[in-house]
Design a protein around this ligand. Structure first.
Ligand code: NAD
Length: 277
């Protein structure tokens, strides 16, 4: 049976930042493979909307929602205790939550995306969500996977920017001086590269307990961005286009299932070939 190893029936996957653009796709991918999913995010309304959306195509009884701010260790523990009390074992953890600050650029306004002006509180918040949050969730749910001997899988959602630097020319706006040009903030690169370090660390830490950890590094997903940006970005990608939101399903299914049972500590870069051009 070629696809038997992709079968996630009987498994439960917890996804952080699950109400966002890709979080809901990861959930759909795991539901397609037969898993039960726990959608976690900071806002109840967004979680309910994600639940309603997914329940149109999948069994609603296999979709659980929990408000969980990944920067709050107490809340992560409470959610874990609630799930365990309900007899749920988290077999798969998808560390997906992040703050992806939109690059704007307004004439006459201090351009805070630039390194020189980047606010310390933004640095701290973004690192707390994208990197510390992945650590805290791995600490709680990864440790539990290791403890009972059944093992599990941790998947860290990084980015193509984990392997190369942002091309700031993509974000340039006509008519702005150099020091007013918006940029992809430094935090994004630091967090995504940091997640690869966390991936390698976790891949060895509980390997003897059969807990594997890999990273998926998606390229940019088309989501109605402006034509000029899309054209500029597409010209940097050998396939000549951005990704569709559902193009990472198969990778998530592979990385979270026994289909990847001998893959550990790797960063799977799916970027239309951008990083090799
Ligand atoms: N969309 C892309 O083009 C793209 C490309 C490469 C990598 N990624 C990565 O994929 C992941 C998902 O991105 P997305 O495009 O779906 O982003 P998104 O902004 O749509 O979703 C991120 C989710 O994280 C949640 N979140 C924010 N702070 C949180 C916190 N403290 N605790 C828990 N949840 C929190 C948000 O509420 C949101 O629902 C991110 O790690 C992102 O960096 C996205």
């Amino acid at each position: 049976m070629a696809f038997e190893k992709f079968n996630l029936s009987g498994k439960t996957a917890l996804i952080t930042g699950a109400a966002g653009l890709l979080g809901i796709e990861h959930a759909a991918a795991l539901l397609e493979s037969g898993a039960q999913v726990v959608l976690t995010d900071i806002g109840e309304a967004a979680l309910l909307s994600a639940h309603t959306n997914l329940a149109q195509n999948f069994d609603a009884t296999k979709i659980i929602t929990k408000v969980m701010d990944v920067t709050n260790p107490q809340r992560v523990h409470v959610v874990a205790e609630e799930l365990w009390a309900d007899g749920l074992r988290i077999d798969i953890l998808v560390n997906n939550a992040a703050i992806d600050p939109k690059v704007k650029g307004d004439q006459g306004v201090l351009e805070t995306s630039r390194l020189e002006n980047f606010p310390l509180d933004q640095w701290e918040l973004q690192v707390a969500v994208g990197l510390t949050g992945a650590f805290l969730c791995s600490q709680v749910f990864g440790a539990a996977m290791a403890k009972d001997g059944k093992g599990g899988v941790i998947l860290n959602i990084a980015s193509d920017l984990s392997v190369f630097s942002p091309d700031q020319r993509l974000y340039r706006k006509q008519g702005l001086t150099d020091d007013a040009q918006p940029v992809k903030p430094v935090t994004y690169s630091v967090i995504k590269a940091g997640l690869i370090g966390l991936t390698r660390y976790l891949a060895t830490y509980w390997a003897d307990k059969n807990v594997r950890c890999n990273a998926l590094s998606p390229g940019g997903v088309y989501n109605g961005q402006g034509d000029e940006f899309v054209q500029r970005l597409s010209s940097l990608i050998p396939l000549g286009r951005m990704a569709s939101r559902d193009e990472y399903h198969a990778a998530v299914q592979f990385l979270c299932s026994d289909a990847s049972s001998y893959m550990n500590g790797q960063n799977v870069v799916m970027d239309g070939g951008r990083s090799v051009w």
